[in-house]
Design a binder for this molecule. Sequence first.
Ligand code: AMP
Ligand code: GLY
Length: 415
Amino acid sequence: MAQTVLVIGSGGREHALAWALSKDPGVGAVHIAPGNPGTATVGTNHGVDPMSPAAVAALATELAADLVVVGPEAPLVAGVADAVRAAGIPVFGPSAEAAQLEGSKAFAKMIMEAAGVPTAAARLCISMDEVVAALDEFGAPYVVKDDGLAAGKGVIVTTDRDAAIRHAAGCSRVVIEEYLDGPEVSLFALSDGTTVLPFEPAQDFKRVGDNDEGPNTGGMGAYTPLPWAPAGLTADVVTRVIQPTIDEMRRRGTPFVGLLYAGLALTARGLKVVEFNARFGDPETQPLLTRLKTPLGGVLYAAATGTLAEHPPLQWGSGAAVGVVVAAQGYPESPRKGDPISGADQDGVFHAGTALDEAGRLVSAGGRVLTVVGTGDTLAQARAAAYDKVARIDLPGGFSRHDIAQKAAEIQENQ
Ligand code: AMP
Ligand code: GLY
C-alpha cells in the first residue's frame, strides 16, 4: 500500500496529483518536492531540488516513502526515477533511458518505426542543407522540432519557409516532419512495463490565443470527455500505439514504467502519433483527475510494483471537466512575475507559477499561473463553472483563452 507518497515537481499537474492522492483513503501522507503554495494545502512541501537524483532519493528514504511519483519530464530524463528505484522504493516514472521517448524526438521516431506505430514521416537533420532539403521534400505547412526537451516550445508549425529555416538554425539537432491535419487528442495510459491501463481521452489547446492563433505554449486549457471522438478510439490507440510501444521498450531491455502520453492527430489517413511524453500532461491532468473515481495512490502503486494486471479498469465520473489556464502577461515569450493574485482559493483551482512573497502574499512566479477546473453534467456546464471561477480571480495583466471546450460543448449539445 502507498501510505506515504512523495510527488516530485511544482506545477499544476503536481498540484492535481497531490490533491487526488490526498483524497485516496489508502494514502496517509502526501509530500511534495519542491511543490508550490497550492500543493502546501494538500500535503507537505520540501525544499529539495527535483533535478537531483541523489537529493530526491535521500528525501524519499528519510520520509520512508512507499511510493514516489515523478511529475515533470526533466527529472525523469536526469535519472531521478533510477535513483529512487536503486534506493529500493517503488517509483511511478520511467528510467532515464525509457524517458528518452520524450527526451529525444529522434529516439521516439525510432521506437515507433520498430513497433509499427503510425506517425508523421520525419527526417533528422544536423546541417542546414539537410534542413532545407527536408522542408522542400515535405512542403508547407512546415513542421520544425528541436530534437531535445523544450517544454512544449521547441516546435513551430508555419507556412513561412524563412521562419521555418530560422527556427531550425536555432536548434543543434532538428526533426522536420510531414504536417498532420485533423483534431488532436491526448491519450494517457499507465503502465508497469507490461500491462497498460488507459485514461479517457482529453484535448489540450496548445496555441496561446483564441481560435488557435499565436505561438505554441505548454497548453492553455483542456477538457474531458470528447463528445466528437470516434467510438472505440481508446481501444484503438491502446492496440495500435500504446501496447506496441510498451512491448518494444520492454523487448529492448528498457521497460517503461509510468505514464505514456500519446499526443495524437486524427488525420484523414487515420490516427497518427504527433509526440510521446513520458509523464502526465499539463493541463490535461487537472480536468482528468477531477473526473477520475479510482483512488489514485492504489493504481500508481500497482504500476510502480508490476501488478497492474490485477488492477480493475479505471472508473470515471459521468460528467465533464474543463480546465482553463490563467497565464501571466507576456506568456509564452516573457511572462511577467511578481503580480499579486486573488481568488485562487476556490475549489478546482490548481497552482503552477505561484509563490508567496516576503509578506506571505500569493504572487505570480511563472508563465502558466493557475489552471481553473469547472465540472458539470455537460461540457457546457463545466465550461460555465470554469469561466465563472476565472472571473473571480484577479491577476494584473493575466489572461486566459475564451474558447476552451467551446466547440466540443456545442457538438455535445447537438447530439
Ligand atoms: P510536440 O512538441 O511534438 O507535441 O508539438 C507541439 C505541437 O505542435 C503539437 O501539439 C501540434 O499542435 C503541433 N505539431 C507537432 N507536430 C505536428 C505535425 N507533424 N503536424 C501538425 N502539427 C504538429
Ligand atoms: N499538455 C501538453 C503537455 O503536457 O506536454
